[in-house]
Design a protein around this ligand. Structure first.
Ligand code: NAP
Length: 324
């Protein structure tokens, strides 16, 4: 089959489209024909060799995919040929191998893809929706009636977080850095929108929350925003660090005086029971339409190099997916 492989860590040109051996399903495994592949920022860090996950070379990148079951291995009764599925592992034990025409993983690392959800949308679930749910509900403990500020709401994780919040009765303030992104997040449930390229844009948060500040902040770029997040958060607020690209200086006094919780999340650390609960909840939301992944761009798998440039460019708009 054709796949993208990395033979040496490096820039996006390290992604090579080539022939690789076709996988087959062993005992307990499921083989799928991939119809769409999700491109996540973490794919670029792993490809560059700057992530904690440093795979043996050569490797096929990509954690997220959706497609149709081709074959199941001995002992698998949960799926059969022809079923529509998405890959629902986490990077911890099921990262990689998705930038390809076929994928084999353990049966429990796939979930059924409801008929109302396209394959491209299916490729946008595993990492982005898994992360958003883990951050907002499981680690952030968000409850109906609370307010969340989603810092970076126009991307894969952010749009997912807005939808999960709306489905759970949580009010949202979302930020984006382009007019298109601002329109998108308004459309996808943000009660208020702010442009994070404008100086002083967070000054409005006090008024938008009746002077209280957000109960929860989901942070996609903590090295830029964390110090200010701590200033604007509500007393007893929770700040969930999802994305970070460098060191940051904070005044810990803010955390002390407001009894703030600053919580990190790393999806691969999610315990199996929590991961199962995440995908049970996501499955329901996808089936009833409250969760509706946004696909901003589709590219052929042969253009994986461009997808790695695009996923790091400003002006995020939902997900970028590759089509084999
Ligand atoms: P994405 O689709 O590329 O979206 C990135 C978002 O960050 C966009 O909304 C972007 O807005 C926004 N952004 C850019 N500059 C910002 C700023 N100064 N302040 C606030 N937001 C800003 O990426 P993603 O898939 O949603 O992932 C978001 C981050 O979380 C990435 O760093 C990713 O590596 C990380 N992540 C972590 C985990 C984990 O387990 N911890 C899991 C998944 C993702 P504009 O483009 O409109 O400016």
């Amino acid at each position: 089959m054709k796949a993208i492989r990395v033979h040496e860590f490096g820039d996006a040109d390290a992604l090579r489209y080539e022939d690789v051996p076709t996988p087959s399903a062993g005992p307990g495994e499921v083989l799928i024909k991939i119809e769409a592949i999700g491109v996540n920022p973490v794919d670029t860090y792993i490809r560059a060799g700057v992530h904690l996950i440093r795979p043996e070379l050569p490797f096929i990148p990509g954690s997220d995919a959706a497609g149709t079951v081709l074959a199941v291995g001995a002992g698998v009764s949960s799926f059969r040929a022809g079923d529509r599925v998405y890959a629902a592992g986490s990077l911890g034990d099921a990262w990689g191998d998705c930038y390809a025409e076929q994928l084999v993983r353990r049966a429990e690392q796939f979930r059924p893809l409801p008929d109302n959800v396209s394959f491209a949308q299916g490729a946008a679930i595993g990492v982005p929706y898994g992360t958003a749910y883990r951050a907002l509900i499981q680690r952030g403990g968000a409850k109906a009636g609370e307010t969340v500020l989603v810092h970076g709401a126009s991307g894969g994780v952010g749009t997912a977080a807005l939808q999960i919040a709306a489905a759970n009765g949580i009010s949202t303030i979302g930020t984006a850095g382009s007019q298109r992104g601002l329109d998108l997040i308004r459309e996808h449930g943000a009660d208020h929108v702010l442009d994070h390229t404008k100086a002083g844009y967070l000054d409005a948060v006090g008024d938008l929350t009746g002077g209280k500040g957000p109960d929860i902040i989901l942070e996609m770029l903590a090295n830029v925003n964390l110090a200010r997040d701590m200033e604007i958060a509500a007393k007893y607020g929770r700040i969930v660090v999802i994305g970070n690209r460098g060191p940051v200086e904070i005044n810990a006094r803010e955390a002390m005086m407001k009894e703030l919780d600053i919580i990190g999340i790393a999806l691969p650390n999610t315990p199996p029971d929590d991961m199962a609960a995440i995908h049970a909840a996501l499955g329901k939301g996808l089936a009833n339409g409250s969760l509706n992944p946004v696909i901003g761009k589709e590219l052929p798998l042969t253009e994986a190099i461009e997808s790695h440039h695009a996923v790091l460019r400003p002006g995020a708009y939902g997900k970028i997916v590759l089509i084999p």
